[in-house]
Ligand binder design. Structure first.
Ligand code: AMP
Ligand code: MG
Length: 505
C-alpha cells in the first residue's frame, strides 16, 4: 500500500496556495466519484468564517473573508489545487436499501492537512446539482446551513467527534422549499466522508476489486495500525466498531438525537455527520423523536446504539469478501466483532455516566444508580442538561439538592434518589471540590437548544445573523457558566418548545 502522503506528494501540491490542497481521493478509480463543477452563485455574501478552525487547517481566515475567499466558499471560483468531485455512495434509508445515493448537493473541493498533520476533507454543501442529485436541486436553504453550523460546532466544543463547519455564505439566490428561502452554502470539514454506504455502493455492485481499494484507502487514512494485523480487514472492522460504539455512547450521555441514522450517514471515521433533523433533548425521555420523517421512531433517542449496531452489521456484510478465507470464517469473525460493540459501548457509557454522577471510583451498581435517575427524570419531566449541571453543585454540598429537586415535577422523587447517591458519594476518596470541578467538565451548562436554533433560523431567513453569531459564540464554551448568557441555558418557555425538526433538504 502506498501512503496517502506519498500519493498526494506525487501530484502537484502547492503549499503556498491560499488553501493548500493535498488531494488523494481523486487518485482513486473513476468509479468512486464524478468530477463536477460547483454551480455559480449570483451574489455571494459571507455569513461566518470559523477563524480558529481555518488556522488549524493552515488557511488564513482573512483570506476566506476576502472577496476571493467568498468566491471560493460559494462555488464561484475553483481554488488553485482544488479538484472538485461528487462522491458515490449507497445506503439503507430507514431500513430500505438504495443502491445509489451519492453527493447530490455536496461537492468535495479536496483535502487539506492540518497543523498536526491530520488530513481533512473540505466540502461545499448546497453548491449545485451533480450526477447523484436525482430529483433534488442540489441547493441548501439558509436554515439548514446555519443549523448544521451551530450544532456541529457545539458538538466539537462538547468534545464529541464530529464533522466541523469552516464557513457559511449566502448565494444571493432563492431556493424553493415549502416557501421561497435564501440559499446558502456550508463549508464542511470532515476526517473523511467515507460512510458505511460508500462500502455498500461497491458491495451492491459485486465490485470486490474497488471494495478492496476503498478498504485499503480507509485503513491508510483512518486506522493505519490495522495494516500490520494478521487480518487487516478484520482489524479495520473492529476499529470502526469500537469508534462508532464510543460515539453512540457520547450521544447517549449528552442527550443528542441524530434523527437520520441511515447507513449513508454513518461515518467510518467515527464522527457525527449530517445534521439534518437532529436535536438535543430539553426534557428527558428515552423515546424522544423530533424528526418529521421518522414516523415510527426508528431513530428515537434510546434506539441509537442498536441502530448503529445494525448499521455495523450491514458494514460487516460488505467486508465479508475481503475478510479471512472462506465465507463461514468471515461470518464468524464478523459476529465476534459485533459482540465487541456491546463491550465497547457499555464501557464508554459507564465511564461517562460515572463522570456525570461524580464517581471517580468504580463500584457495582453504579449503572443502576444512573439508570434509576434517568427513569425518575423521565417520570418527572426533568430537563436533561440542567439536572446534571445542577448536580455538580449538589455533589459538593447537600444544600445543593434544592437546585436539582425543583427540576422534578415531584421534587421528593429526587430526594429519595439523592439519599442513595449521597451514600455512594460517601465511599469516594476524591475531595468534594475536585469532584465538583470534574463534574462541571462532564455536564455542560449550554447545549444547542431547539428553540434557540429556531429563533436564529427565523432571523437568518430575514437576512439577519446576530442571534446565530451569539449562539455560536456561547456554545463554543459549553462548560463555562457565562452568567451574562444564562438565558441560553434555560429550557424553552411554554409555547417556545420545538416539537418537530426537518431534514436539511
Ligand atoms: P441526507 O438525508 O441529507 O443524508 O441526504 C440523502 C441523499 O439525498 C443524499 O444522496 C443527498 O445528496 C441527497 N439530497 C438531499 N438533499 C438534496 C438536494 N436538495 N438536492 C439533491 N440531492 C439531495
Ligand atoms: Mg447524508
Amino acid at each position: 500500500m502506498t501512503s496517502l502522503t506519498e500519493i498526494a506528494r506525487s501530484t502537484s501540491v502547492n503549499p503556498a496556495a491560499p488553501i493548500p490542497f493535498d488531494n488523494t481521493y481523486t487518485r482513486l478509480p473513476e468509479a468512486f466519484y464524478q468530477r463536477v463543477k460547483p454551480a455559480t452563485a449570483p451574489a455571494p455574501t459571507l455569513v461566518r468564517v470559523n477563524d480558529a478552525l481555518a488556522r488549524q487547517l493552515r488557511i488564513d481566515p482573512q483570506f476566506l473573508k476576502s472577496p476571493e475567499g467568498v468566491a471560493i466558499l460559494s462555488g464561484n471560483v475553483i481554488a488553485s489545487g482544488s479538484e472538485p468531485i461528487a462522491q458515490a455512495y449507497a445506503g439503507h434509508q430507514f431500513g430500505d436499501f438504495v443502491p445509489q445515493l451519492g453527493d447530490g448537493r455536496a461537492i468535495l473541493l479536496g483535502e487539506v492537512v492540518d497543523v498536526a498533520g491530520k488530513r481533512y476533507d473540505l466540502q461545499l454543501k448546497g453548491s449545485g446539482r451533480t450526477r447523484f442529485s436525482r430529483g433534488g436541486d442540489g441547493r441548501a436553504a439558509v436554515g439548514p446551513v446555519i443549523r448544521e453550523y451551530i450544532v456541529s460546532e457545539a458538538m466539537a466544543a462538547l468534545g464529541i467527534p464530529t464533522t466541523r463547519s469552516l464557513a457559511a455564505v449566502l448565494t444571493g439566490e432563492s431556493v424553493m422549499r415549502e416557501r421561497v428561502l435564501p440559499g446558502g452554502v456550508l463549508t464542511r470539514i470532515a476526517s473523511s466522508h467515507l460512510r458505511v454506504g460508500t462500502f455498500q455502493y461497491f458491495a451492491a455492485r459485486g465490485d470486490v476489486e474497488n471494495l478492496r481499494v476503498l478498504a485499503d484507502y480507509a485503513i491508510e487514512r483512518h486506522y493505519p495500525e490495522a495494516r500490520s494485523a494478521e487480518d487487516p480487514y478484520r482489524a479495520f472492522y473492529d476499529a470502526v466498531v469500537a469508534a462508532l460504539a464510543r460515539l453512540a455512547a457520547r450521544w447517549m450521555l449528552i442527550g443528542f438525537i441524530h434523527g437520520v441514522l441511515n447507513t449513508d450517514n454513518t461515518a467510518i471515521a467515527g464522527e457525527t455527520i449530517d445534521y439534518g433533523p437532529c436535536a438535543f433533548m430539553d426534557v428527558y425521555h428515552p423515546d424522544k423523536v423530533f424528526s418529521s420523517i421518522d414516523q415510527f421512531g426508528r431513530y428515537a433517542f434510546a434506539n441509537q446504539p442498536a441502530v448503529i449496531k445494525w448499521n455495523l452489521t450491514r458494514f460487516a456484510e460488505t467486508l465479508l469478501p475481503l475478510m479471512a478465507d472462506g465465507a463461514d470464517k468471515a461470518i464468524e469473525a464478523a459476529n465476534a466483532s459485533i459482540r465487541l460493540f456491546n463491550d465497547h459501548f457499555n464501557q464508554a457509557y459507564l465511564t461517562g455516566l460515572r463522570q456525570k454522577l461524580g464517581l471517580a471510583s468504580e463500584i457495582e451498581g453504579d449503572r443502576e444508580l444512573g439508570s434509576d435517575l434517568l427513569a425518575l427524570m423521565a417520570e418527572n419531566q426533568a430537563d436533561f442538561t440542567l439536572t446534571f449541571r445542577a448536580m455538580c453543585e449538589a455533589a459538593a454540598d447537600t444544600k445543593g439538592n434544592a437546585g436539582v429537586r425543583t427540576l422534578f415535577a415531584n421534587p421528593p422523587a429526587f430526594d429519595e434518589w439523592a439519599t442513595r447517591w449521597r451514600e455512594r458519594l460517601s465511599l469516594e476518596e476524591r475531595p468534594a471540590e475536585a469532584r465538583r470541578t470534574a463534574m462541571r467538565a462532564a455536564n455542560p451548562m449550554f447545549i444547542p437548544r431547539n428553540h434557540r436554533i429556531a429563533a436564529a433560523i427565523q432571523e437568518a431567513e430575514a437576512g439577519h445573523f446576530d442571534k446565530f453569531h451569539e449562539l455560536v459564540e456561547v456554545l463554543a464554551h459549553p462548560y463555562d457558566d457565562q452568567p451574562e448568557y444564562a438565558h441560553y441555558g434555560k429550557p424553552p418557555a411554554p409555547g417556545e418548545e420545538v416539537l418537530q425538526t426537518f431534514c436539511g433538504t
